[in-house]
Design a protein. Structure first.
Length: 137
């Protein structure tokens, strides 16, 4: 699971990421509900964004731990994403999927070429995804 992060995020520059889908209240009937949710505003997706050190690419990591396809809109301010992009996707047959010695692989990383983002981006169920979008210079 850590391989995509180790390959695509060393030395990157963090980028602010926001959303409009806040984490729902967990225990609304209890008095000890925290005032600030630990979840992100990209619920049910967990996301981070960075620029590569040379500022030529925008990386967006997206984790979908649900058993349903999810979608998000990529709205970028300050730069223009353009050109073909790449998706590295780690996924398996279930949340318990694992690669065990002597057995067929249940989890795999695929490299997928994608077009520049336009509209909503689909995220496969039960997956860890690293998108790399080119930035127009």
């Amino acid at each position: 699971m850590y391989k995509p992060y180790g390959e695509h995020f060393p030395g990157t520059i963090p980028v602010a990421l926001s959303g409009n889908s806040p984490q729902p209240a967990q225990n609304p009937s209890y008095a000890d509900e925290p005032k600030t949710s630990s979840g992100s505003p990209t619920y049910p997706l967990d996301m981070i964004a960075t620029l590569t050190p040379d500022r030529k690419y925008l990386n967006v990591a997206v984790v979908n731990a649900t058993d349903q396809e999810q979608k998000f809109d990529l709205g970028v301010t300050g730069v223009h994403v353009a050109g073909p992009s790449t998706l590295w996707q780690l996924t398996g047959s279930s949340l318990d999927g694992a690669n065990r010695v002597g057995q067929p692989a249940q989890v795999a990383i695929k490299e997928i070429s994608i077009d520049a983002p336009q509209g909503r981006i689909s995220v496969a169920p039960i997956s860890v995804n690293v998108y790399r979008f080119g930035i127009a210079q």
